[in-house]
Design a binder for this molecule. Structure first.
Ligand SMILES: [Zn+2]
Ligand SMILES: [Zn+2]
Length: 354
């Protein structure tokens, strides 16, 4: 036995050494690089576009509090071979690209409100979908104020667009389809903001004072429904809008953690941070309140996102979710960046990851 063990050990060490030497050979390096490229370039996100019901790709689960594991807020909803972003927080377009989702199928960006953590990547989404062959200007739909964001970004990226056209030519970077186009609605009452090819999108007001207007969205397609809360304190208008939905994607802020963070900041003499941490509980929803809202609305699944603070390890996750299971025993998920949610027309909800 001892001899066999020694032989196996020597063989494994030998193979390891051979592999280490092989990766120094340029031809082997190129082969490995080509293999990785094959995988990276294949349109893996295509399954989302081929779904016969609704599909969701979580492109960002963070908030203004930083996390190395999360882009800022973004949710992509797929229906009928195209997709919409709901918010486009910093870093989120990279997730869309890393998942291999064809950018030319981006049909529009819906904004819930105009806080920085929801709008930071609109310029990246514009550029990425434009050079991917988007057929027109990128539609940005949102409550009053959206026109200012769109005008500002069009000005910000005007030179970039011109450079791309000069460099790549009109076949790749067509000036007619560059940039953004705003569609603005009041956002102070529930209204249908999109109704085409069987997809209906309703905007409804939520409570995020002093940010006004602030809305959430309900997507309905092929008998399936997904509701996105936007940023809100516990809100009865959200509960009304989410009634009977298959999936409610709700923001979550663990106020019991924020309170401890505030104490720690005060103890460390950082009065400025302590003040900010004291201001934020009033306009977000705790995980327990989100669970109550999901129960009252009678939704099938509750998916938490827009985490404050970001629960990036198992202990932090447990602390974050404290008290939730007492309110809602099952069908609660914490979103992660690049999570997928499939809602096929025949029914059921399946979670995965790209
Ligand atoms: Zn906000
Ligand atoms: Zn936010």
């Amino acid at each position: 036995m001892g001899k066999i063990f020694k032989f196996l050990f020597a063989a494994i060490v030998g193979l390891g050494a051979l592999a280490a030497i092989a990766t120094r050979v340029p031809a082997v390096q190129d082969r490995l690089f080509d293999k990785a490229l094959e995988k990276a370039i294949a349109p893996r996100g295509a399954a989302l576009l081929e779904a016969d019901g609704l599909a969701v790709f979580i492109c960002g689960t963070g908030s203004p509090l930083p996390s190395a594991k999360r882009a800022q807020t973004c949710t992509a909803v797929f229906a009928g071979g195209k997709f919409f972003l709901v918010d486009s927080g910093t870093g989120s377009w990279e997730n869309v690209q890393a998942a291999g989702i064809p950018g030319d199928r981006l049909a529009g960006v819906f904004l819930t409100h105009l806080h920085s953590d929801h709008i930071g990547d609109i310029g990246e989404a514009d550029l990425g979908s434009w050079v991917a062959g988007r057929p027109g200007r990128l539609s940005v739909l949102g409550p009053t104020g959206t026109e200012r964001i769109v005008n500002g970004l069009n000005e910000e990226f005007a030179l970039d667009h011109a450079y791309r056209t000069a460099h790549h030519g009109k076949a790749i970077a067509e000036p007619r389809t560059a940039g953004l186009e705003a569609t603005v609605f009041a956002g102070d009452e529930t209204m249908t903001v999109f109704d085409k090819d069987g997809l209906k999108i309703t905007a409804f007001p939520v409570k995020h004072d002093p940010v006004k207007p602030a809305v959430g969205y309900r997507f309905e397609y092929a008998g399936r429904s997904v509701v996105i809360s936007g940023d809100t304190a516990y809100s009865t208008s959200l509960i009304d809008a989410a009634r009977g939905a298959d999936v409610l994607i709700h923001e979550a802020q663990a106020n019991h953690m924020v309170a401890r963070m505030r104490e720690a900041a005060a103890k460390a003499g950082n009065a400025r941070l302590a003040t900010v941490l004291g201001d934020i509980p009033s306009y977000h929803t705790s995980p327990v309140e989100a669970a109550k809202a999901a129960n009252e609305a009678g939704v099938d699944w509750l998916v938490l996102t827009h985490f404050t603070p970001a629960p990036d390890n198992p202990v932090a996750k447990r602390i974050f979710m404290r008290g939730v299971s007492a309110v809602r025993k099952s069908n609660v998920k914490m979103a992660e960046d690049r999570m997928t949610i499939m809602l096929p027309a025949e029914g059921g909800v399946r979670f995965g990851r790209y």
